[in-house]
Design a protein around this ligand. Structure first.
Ligand SMILES: [Cu+2]
Length: 169
C-alpha cells in the first residue's frame, strides 16, 4: 500500500541507512567485540571495564535490550522487527510529532507492532512491511511491542518525546 506521498520505500532495495546505519553498526561492532573477547576467554574478566554490548532500558516494567536509538526529524521512519527485538528500539522525536512509521519484518517468524493507546496492532509476516501513523506523546514515553513476543522475549520499544528535537513540518 503506498504512503500518502506515494513514496513507499522498497523492502530490500532501501536499507534506510540514515535511520539505522549508525545503531546497527554500533551493535555489530559491539557483538564482534563480544565475540573476540569470548574467543580468548580463559576464565575471569578478560577486559576490565568492557562496556555492555547493548544498552538496557526499562520499558513497560521490563528490562529491554536496546538495539539502536534514533532521532526522528523526518516525517517517515522505519522500525525493523527481528527475532526477537526491534531496531531501532528507542525513537526520539519532538513532542506531538506525527510520524509515518514503516514496520518491516526482517526476521523469520511473524511479528507484530502494537501501540494500544493509538489503537494500532499490525501483524507483519517475514519479509513484509506495514505502516502506521504514530503521534509522539507531548512528554514522556509511549511503548510499542510485539504481541507474540512481548512476554517471552521482552520484544518492546518506545517512542520518546524530546523537546530539544524539532518537530517535522
Ligand atoms: Cu515478535
Amino acid at each position: 500500500m503506498p504512503t500518502a506521498d506515494g513514496s513507499l520505500p522498497g523492502w530490500r532495495r532501501t536499507p534506510a541507512a540514515a535511520d539505522r546505519g549508525v545503531p546497527v553498526r554500533r551493535v555489530a561492532a559491539a557483538l564482534a567485540l563480544a565475540t573476540l573477547i569470548g574467543a580468548c576467554g580463559s576464565g575471569g574478566p578478560v577486559v576490565e571495564g568492557t562496556p555492555t554490548p547493548l544498552g538496557h532500558e526499562r520499558i513497560l516494567g521490563v528490562d529491554v535490550a536496546v538495539h539502536g536509538t534514533t532521532t526522528v526529524t523526518r516525517r517517515t521512519t522505519t522500525i525493523e522487527a527481528m527475532d526477537y527485538y526491534f531496531t531501532p528500539t528507542i525513537l526520539r522525536a519532538g513532542p506531538g510529532a506525527k510520524i509515518l512509521v514503516i514496520f518491516r519484518n526482517g526476521g523469520f517468524t511473524t511479528h507484530n507492532f502494537s501501540i494500544p493507546s493509538l489503537g494500532i496492532s499490525r501483524d507483519v509476516h517475514p519479509g513484509d512491511l506495514r505502516e502506521a501513523n504514530v503521534v509522539f506523546p507531548s512528554s514522556g514515553v509511549i511503548a510499542f511491542f510485539c504481541r507474540f513476543h512481548r512476554a517471552t522475549s521482552a520484544m518492546i520499544g518506545a517512542f520518546e518525546a524530546d523537546a530539544a528535537i524539532p518537530t517535522p513540518k
